[in-house]
Design a protein around this ligand. Sequence first.
Ligand code: G6P
Length: 471
Amino acid sequence: MGKTIIVSNRLPVKITQENNELLFNSSEGGLATGLGSIYKENNNIWIGWPGMIIGEEEEKDVTEKLKDLNLIPVFLEENDIKHYYEGFSNEILWPVFHYISTYARFDPDNWESYKEVNEKFATVILSYLEPGDTLWIHDYQLLLLPGIIRKQFPDISIAFFQHIPFPSQELFRLIPWRKELLRGMLGADLIGFHTFDDVRHFISAATHLLDLHVDGNMIRSGDRAIGVEPFPMGIDAQKFSDLSNDETVIEHIKSLKEHYKNQKIFLSIDRLDYSKGIIQRLEAFELFLQENPDYHEKVVLFMIVVPSRDNVAEYQRLKNEIDRIVGNINSHYRKLEWYPIAYFYQSYPVEFLSALYNIADVCLITPMRDGMNLVCKEYVASRNDNTGVLILSEMAGASKELIDAIIVNPNNIHKVKNALIEALNMPEEEMRERMIAMRQMVFKYNIYHWVKIYMQRLKDIKSTQLSMKAG
Ligand code: G6P
């Protein structure tokens, strides 16, 4: 049996510096955890960018150290980061795929760089790839890669999964390089998205723009049949459940509870991103405060915003806007001993997040658009006592699974405000019923299940292709 090669823009690695020396540790992110059962085994590997610019003289040393973790680096230069990562991936694909096409800047230099860097990834992959191997490529930064590899290895097994939404074809077609992007993705044998809607949009784009034939969820491209299917990604639910009993977590819970005694806690955790609906969430919370003076001093919005993509202009603007609105709300409503929003612009270790999941009465996840959103699943998995209320945007992929959350349209700030009140007053029995149903879903369809069915489906498609060829 051949080996499996995972490919993503970022490697699952945390790099720290100690005494002028770089230290490398595997990261514990959701995808890394799920795929750990693959890439850490046998001679399987994970190929990607180590997340920082490495000087030429250090490349050899870094490569050696990463090899111990089964990781293979693709080194990016400043220009790649500016045009491929920030420019094409995050200033064209990200906004269009999240339905905010007015933020997209269709700069042709970015397209050139995107092609070059996808080729760069291909060069590294090709130096490891052998007939019989399986390649699993992840996300929108690498849409051309399946097509590039397919040309060199016509029979190799390639799976592609996109972690962000795939937009309606009316939006997708705005991208000047739409056909090249589709052809790149169609180099895979199996193309996966989080939801059925993403699948529909992709199939619609492929049929309208490339005039391809579709049979159910199989697309015909030349003599190849490509599967396009929904695979809603899960989390390591057991890990979050167990964390709730971890000593460090219990310490954090104790001190947080002490600090916020007599207050109900609304929790929101996001990367800094305009797709996350942070501004609209703050507007809804302000409306709640305005209309409900009785709740003053009795609630707090604990809001963590994790810094992200801070060289991209829209992210800088958003950061300033959040700072301004939080400042206004806090200065307007605060009392000597109380302020309505505890706002933190930084990332935290998982133990602290787990403690927050445990103490939060309500978790507020209201993106404008989100491929899946795993934070809401982490909240649910952490609630071992079946309490807690989840308010979830209908624009998040997770809302298709967690139907027992209070589902809201994040643009309807009156509805979100009402949801806050509903959550605070939900009868205990109803709260438990909803949480139990959501926990069943999150535990059953966990990350290990996701990896297993994805790989199984790829094998099925491959054998169908082989029998079609033989027949
Ligand atoms: C989303 C994307 C990932 C990306 C992550 C962080 O979850 O789907 O591909 O890695 O955001 O963004 P960054 O730009 O920091 O890699």
